[in-house]
Design a protein around this ligand. Sequence first.
Ligand SMILES: *Cc1c(COP(=O)(O)O)cnc(C)c1O
Length: 430
Amino acid sequence: MSDTPGFGFDTLQIHAGARPDSATGARQTPIYQTTAYVFRDADHAAALFNLQEVGFIYSRLTNPTVAVLQERMATLEGGAGAVCCSSGHAAQIMALFPLMAPGLNIVASTRLYGGTITQFSQTIKRFGWSCTFVDFDDLDAVRAAIDENTRAVFCESIANPGGYITDLDAIAKIADDAQIPLIVDNTSASPYLCRPIEHGATLVVHSLTKYLTGNGTVTGGVVVDSGKFDWSATDKFPSLSAPEPAYHGLKFHETFGPLAFTFHGIAIGLRDLGMTLNPQAAHYTLMGTETLSLRMQKHVENARTVAAWLENHPAVEAVTYAGLPSSPYHDRIARICPNGAGALFTVALKDGYEACMKLVDSLEIFSHVANLGDARSLVIHSASTTHRQLTEAQQIAAGAAPNVVRISIGIEDPNDLIADLDQALAKASA
Ligand SMILES: *Cc1c(COP(=O)(O)O)cnc(C)c1O
């Protein structure tokens, strides 16, 4: 079962991309723990290396277990193709790599995962790329930040750490007018809650590390391509539209059409950057995707319950969860993430930084870790950890002010989570 329009999400999350193993009949997708694949003959090998025939050569580029996950992710996101990578951060570099060159820039939201802000504000400079950060609720500011050297607009659907919901349709329109792709990091939502391509995104990136695997066992990423962007409409994207010297002048867009970005990601990106997902990690992630909708429903239900309880607690100054009617982002749920606002939000404490430190030290069910999207409930004080590299102004803009803790609600019994928060808040404000 592969491209299967008409099937529901619950069916696709189990079956898309997978078929019984042709050699053994194995029903579950085997872990193809192999580096290389025997060529039928010398002509077959040459055709594979020339991209004239699609097949398996070497697991840095393609692997049958990883290929199933790629097809499943493309299907769940409604894309044309996908490339798995070694981490969510690798996926971000892999998404930008074909678009960028020294001197070019991207425009990104101020509300991003802390590591992404560091990657975009510091590390990409080494490639000669730069990033302009703007408030994506200010559409004029987004428009004004785009110049002739901008090659992508980047945001998160449900943005870390506050669970803010981005108006993807409005941002996609701005990117479209500028003839550049919108890249959406859909990690905090997962394709069950939000499908950015339906709102005009060109590329969707994920950290598979989070909800898609769902149990904190894997580090992985994926880039899904909508297949809808016309890379040849301008001369802005020569890697995809112009002759590629490494493949005898092949033009990716002309040759592969809607799969141009995906083929480029494998044939150039994985070949030369080597940010490959290993088959064992792909297997764990495939297991995770099978229960994605069930887990996300429970995550959302628990988050609603716990956030509503926290909002009424006397030690709490504010809760950012978009699922609360008090949130300025509440109105966007029905349009952008109709199955719920996720399970990630921040809590600001009246007693400030010290109370936050005491809270994370006093919680017993919640684990104090730098992760989110686990079956377990997790907590972190962003300002002293994930957002530590940022200035206080950047922390506040990113929703990670010093008096704020980020909470990722798991799928435990919500009464137990509330009891744990209750005893820890009592200690924090003592
Ligand atoms: C975790 C995360 C990343 C980075 O993913 P890794 O797998 O840790 O590299 C990027 N974006 C968001 C929203 C994340 O939560």
